[in-house]
Design a protein around this ligand. Structure first.
Ligand code: PEP
Ligand code: MG
Length: 755
């Protein structure tokens, strides 16, 4: 049953044209359950009805014609109840509605099952039969399981429909709801970057020009064959002849008489070269996987390997084939720092990351660049995005696909308003960061992505409050050497010569992977991350610390920050290694004039355990910096990178705010300098609440800095302090936001904070 279900869902996912996908679905389900009729209805929330989209058993003419209101008939009832309804004699049920167009008089038994995605009913799947009987538990559970699996495939049905038509002929703008990743609005063209040539990442697609696809395929095969010849030559002296024979097998497999022939056939059926290759490779590899003979089973691996090589070459030519549009909306499964580096900054207008959530590092990178981002649209295969005209609304987390002219004009006006507001904030950038009553604040930048951009106006900031060193590590294909690190850190320290620069030691793991050091874990955010990893690899930690200390020679503004500390022993061990590196360097410098300045050492407060050990911590270190991004995820037990639980991830949760308040009081008592470097500090509501709690050092993305300074300059601390008890008494993040909004509204600031 499982494999049947998987195939049915895969077939739906792989068929680009929605109507064909649903037509295939209903006949597959009908056959699998040996019933007499299967139909699928999809919800239309604008019209408030379910539309019959496909049927195998009812009148086919009714498809696309018969709509059943949300509160009508058995279909509406399944939608309202949000559970399966199983009836032996459907026509006797009081909710039964006669719909003559569908011709269902001959059916008595009815089983309807809702298709629900994130609490929203997307449609209803039904099976019907002449015999009046209740469908069995097995049949019911088959349909329920299918409904659950289909939901994520069908969630963006509108977009699939829209994208399968020529976008120029479209009358309606498609709208997709994701998660707001970075604020702002942009209009541009979808440009898809696929991370690796992995078959799983390839979405199936049909195209109009098979000849072009065939020529691409032949070209890739030619390059692959040449590659095999080179490999065979290179291996000739090292492998026995029978092992070398594998290259001949590969050659033959690629020939027209073998796999090549199958792939050509698929291309003639309309599949693009990549899709044809994927379909054939997966089909044959699966057949070999299922064989009993271990030798033949192994051949499945050969086919995959061969397919992978051809795919690499196909993707190479394809990436070259798509011209970079003038205004790029970068779309990727998982946007990485390396991908961002591939697009010239002047052309990059927005980011769409299908995976990830509000505080994933891809979203933080977008905020650092000051461009909008929408996250978590996982269900829509990548190819749907290529070359589409898109409006990216990073405030609401929405994407408008192929927008009509009047909509474009409306958004264009919003973009201009946003620009005017930014100019207003910028005009005060040179003024002091202080409240309306004159209380000073220290506003610093979070950097690491691209130092030139992020510290554009160093003279108007109070230094770098968080330099994420992992990005330079991610951009390479090996660990950077000590010399490379020294050069880089020198530039960073010199960018704010008289101000503090807080450099965090390598914090990889979680959603930040090094391309050359893969960590596969079931639970990466609770796993080998940050300091845990670097203390297990002192050779990496020590090289980095030495590089930082050396870069600090002649500068003296280095602050070292330790990420993901959950235990005091980690602090002790880090301090021991820092001391060791300091001794080594002092030794090296003995006899020279050169002085090694002492660097301050601090700890990130982002794991809840360490909040309860502040007194001990205060005796060991010079400062700490609160990482509200991780603190929120660990306090609330919500993965910051998982769009499914994005609704639960909120730094404005009263529990998070109370923890921050208690910490502020405790740090003041301990005279432990404490700053905030999580994203909360760069949010207008967040910074006001934090200031009310007594925090006065905030580090944020440079794109937020002008706005935050502008805002702080307009509030009195005493007003914020009056607001604080009301905030701390709130029971939900929503209430907190309302309180702050009311405050901003009273001060006539609300409508000046965004277009
Ligand atoms: C944080 O966790 O709040 C933080 C600043 O670090 P990062 O987002 O890089 O994990
Ligand atoms: Mg963190």
């Amino acid at each position: 049953m499982l494999s049947q279900l998987r195939r049915i869902v895969q077939d739906v996912a792989q068929e680009p044209v929605l109507n064909n996908a649903l037509a295939g679905l209903v006949s597959n389900v009908k056959n699998a359950l040996k019933t007499e009729c299967c139909s699928v209805y999809l919800a239309d929330y604008e019209q408030q009805h379910f539309m019959l989209m496909a049927t195998d058993g009812l009148n086919p003419e009714a498809v696309g014609q018969v709509a059943i209101g949300f509160s009508e008939g058995l279909i509406g009832w399944v939608g309202q109840r949000e559970e399966p309804i199983n009836l032996a004699q459907a026509h006797l049920h009081p909710r039964f509605k006669v719909t003559p167009e569908v011709s269902e008089d001959r059916f008595s038994a009815f089983l309807g099952c809702p298709i629900i995605h994130h609490r929203k009913v997307l449609g209803v799947l039904t099976i019907q039969q002449g015999e009046s009987r209740v469908f069995s538990e097995d049949e019911e559970s088959f349909l329920v399981t299918l409904g659950v699996q289909l939901a994520s495939v069908l969630v963006n049905a509108e977009m699939r429909q829209a994208a399968s038509q020529n976008s120029k002929q479209q009358k309606n703008t498609g709208q997709l709801q994701g998660l707001p990743g970075a604020p702002g609005i942009a209009i541009g063209e979808g440009f898809v970057l696929e991370p690796s040539s992995d078959f799983d990442a390839i979405s199936l697609k049909k195209v109009d020009d098979p000849e072009k696809e065939l020529s691409r395929f032949y070209k890739a095969v030619k390059i692959t064959k040449a590659e095999f010849n080179r490999l065979a030559e290179r291996m000739a002296g090292h492998l026995p002849p029978d092992a070398l024979a594998i290259f001949d097998v590969y050659h033959q497999l690629l020939d027209a008489a073998s796999l090549g022939n199958e792939i050509e056939k698929q291309i003639h059926e309309g599949w693009c070269a990549k899709s044809a290759l994927k379909r054939v490779v997966e089909k044959f590899a699966r057949q070999f996987d299922d064989m009993d003979d271990p030798y033949l089973r192994e051949r499945g691996t050969d086919i995959r390997d061969l397919g992978q090589r051809v795919l690499n070459h196909l993707l190479d030519t394809e990436q070259r084939h798509h011209k970079l549009p003038e205004k790029v909306v970068l779309v990727a499964d998982n946007v990485t720092a390396t991908m961002l580096a591939e697009i010239p900054r002047a052309q990059l207008v927005a980011i769409v990351s299908l995976k990830g959530s509000v505080n994933s590092h891809a979203a933080i990178m977008a905020r650092a660049l000051g461009i909008p981002a929408v996250m978590g649209l996982d269900e829509l295969p990548l190819f749907h995005w290529q070359s589409q005209r898109l409006i990216v609304d990073g405030y609401r987390g929405q994407i408008l696909v192929a927008p009509a002219e009047p909509i474009l004009a409306e958004y264009q006006a919003l973009i201009s308003e946003d620009a005017q507001l930014s100019a207003r904030y910028q005009s005060e950038m040179h003024l002091n960061a202080q409240s309306a009553c004159g209380v000073p604040f220290s506003l610093m930048v979070n950097a690491g992505l691209a130092i030139e951009l992020e510290s554009a106006q160093p003279s108007y900031t109070d230094g770098i409050g968080l330099y994420r060193t992992e990005f330079p590590f991610i951009m390479r294909n090996r660990f950077p050497t000590e010399a490379e690190q020294i050069e880089l850190y020198k530039k960073v320290l010199a960018s704010h010569p008289t101000k503090a620069v807080v450099m965090r030691t390598l914090d990889v793991g979680g959603d930040k992977a090094l391309p050359y050091f893969s960590i596969i874990e079931e639970n990466p955010f609770l796993g080998w991350r940050g300091i845990r990893l670097t203390l297990d690899h002192p050779e990496i930690f020590l090289v980095q610390i030495r590089a930082m200390l050396k870069a600090n020679i002649g500068q003296g503004n280095l602050h070292i920050l330790l990420p993901m500390i959950s235990d005091l022993a980690e602090v002790d061990e880090s301090l021991r290694l820092i001391k060791q590196a300091t001794f080594e360097l002092t030794d090296e410098l003995a006899g020279t004039e050169v002085q090694l300045p002492k660097a301050k050492v601090g700890v990130m407060i982002e794991v809840p355990s360490i909040m309860y050990q502040l007194p001990e911590l205060a005796r060991k270190i010079d400062f700490c910096s609160v990482g509200t991004n991780d603190l929120t995820q660990y306090l609330l037990a919500v993965d910051r990178n998982n769009p499914r639980v994005a609704g639960l991830y909120d730094a404005m949760h009263p529990a998070v705010l109370r923890a921050l308040h208690q910490m502020s009081l405790q740090a003041q008592g301990l005279q432990l300098p404490m700053s905030i470097c999580g994203e909360l500090a760069g949010e207008p509501a967040g910074v006001l609440i934090l200031a009310a709690m007594g925090y006065d050092k905030f580090s944020m993305n440079s794109s937020n800095l002008a706005k935050i300074k502008w805002l702080l300059r307009r509030v009195h601390l005493s007003e914020l302090q009056l607001l604080l008890p009301e905030i701390l008494a709130c029971q939900s993040p929503k209430q907190v936001r309302l309180q702050v909004q009311r405050f901003l509204d009273q001060k006539q600031l609300l409508n000046q904070l965004r277009a």
